[in-house]
Design a protein around this ligand. Sequence first.
Ligand SMILES: Cc1cc2nc3c(=O)[nH]c(=O)nc-3n(C[C@H](O)[C@H](O)[C@H](O)COP(=O)(O)OP(=O)(O)OC[C@H]3O[C@@H](n4cnc5c(N)ncnc54)[C@H](O)[C@@H]3O)c2cc1C
Length: 393
Amino acid sequence: MDHLNQQQRHGSNARSPFFTEEHEMLRDQVRRFVEEEVKPFADAWETQGFVPREVLRRMGALGFFGIRYPEAYGGAEMDTLGSVVFAEELGRSTFSGVAITALVHTDMASVHVFNAGSEAQKARWMRKIVAGEAICAVAVTEPDAGSDVKGIRTTARRTSEGYVLNGAKMFITNGVHADIYCVAAKTGPLDGGSKAVTMFLIEKGTPGFRVSRALDKHGWRSSDTAELVFEDCLVPHDAVLGQEGKGFYAIMKNFQNERTVIGAMAMGEAQAALDLTVDYLKTRKAFGAPLWEKHAIRQRIAMRAAEVEAGRQLVYAAAWRDAQGHDVTREVSMAKAYCGDLVNAVMYDCLQFHGGIGFMRESTIERMTRDARVQSIGGGASEVMLEEVAKRL
Ligand SMILES: Cc1cc2nc3c(=O)[nH]c(=O)nc-3n(C[C@H](O)[C@H](O)[C@H](O)COP(=O)(O)OP(=O)(O)OC[C@H]3O[C@@H](n4cnc5c(N)ncnc54)[C@H](O)[C@@H]3O)c2cc1C
């Protein structure tokens, strides 16, 4: 395949107004890592239910965990589009469980430490985070509160010795294997609304904090997901991340980056599914010709390709504006809803056109279809995103 074809095929952006040479170098580096160090091994990670720690350390050594962070911590100080490139290329790996393991660490959990942490907290953890030596989780969702963050019921009671946490957290990515957890709890009254929420930085092994179970999922099977329990868990006063009562605002602010990254990952997944489906349709013969000759099929795929291009450009534009310092809540909410729903529609069609083999566990599209399902739920369900958009119309 010549260079131009390669670019067209994978939605590469050599001539995009959004990306610099540095972004393109990162894209090449992540793509090479995925081909050489993820794809040949990730089936085994799907079976064991987590990505090995040495792989995460390797990602740290390659600089992937410091894309957004200052050089002082070993990072590359890139902008939002750096995260987009990383997420899109991990999404294209076809193993979204691997992608989300890394992206929760880089763009959803460690951002709480970097954005709100004290100098002492950052000095203690940021280098290890960037190196992949300390893996992060973010624990907001609870068994009885997901979309409605203000409804969390985990409490953190202030005492002279510190804060005492009680409660449970649900669906926590990296929950079993993380080293540090950014945990939301109520320091104010349960009905105290947004001002009652505070974020805490809690280390694995703190007495009273335990992983109560690893969860068995429909997809993202190489990502570990856990339920956590806090039972009279005492943490020092300086475990607060940022200020008491400001946790809700920190969560909402960091959601913008999280949702941009999830949108980028979804468009990487969708592009990979289209690519492998076009390959399949060009070789699979029925009624005397490749299935690709059927107009009904190729026009459907062509329309999906157009939609994926639109979704991708929406993510890029939102990330670019974010990097310029604009408020992009509306665009990011649009992108999260659009890309989360679209990746599912793309997977449905791609599996359909694979026929029976698409329903078999041995086919890549079967795994990708399962993995995509959560994209319209996690990190803000599509309906919740559309409410955010509607408020801003
Ligand atoms: C695999 C996985 C990994 C996750 N990782 C993490 C993590 O690392 N950390 C973390 O804190 N959380 C995590 N989550 C939680 C995730 O963000 C929540 O599942 C999500 O926010 C939805 O919350 P819920 O499951 O409680 O659904 P609910 O809030 O009970 O909502 C159920 C459904 O109702 C609909 N709905 C909800 N609100 C509205 C509304 N206002 N209008 C219309 N319809 C609505 C939506 O379709 C939604 O899917 C993860 C979830 C999954 C499945």
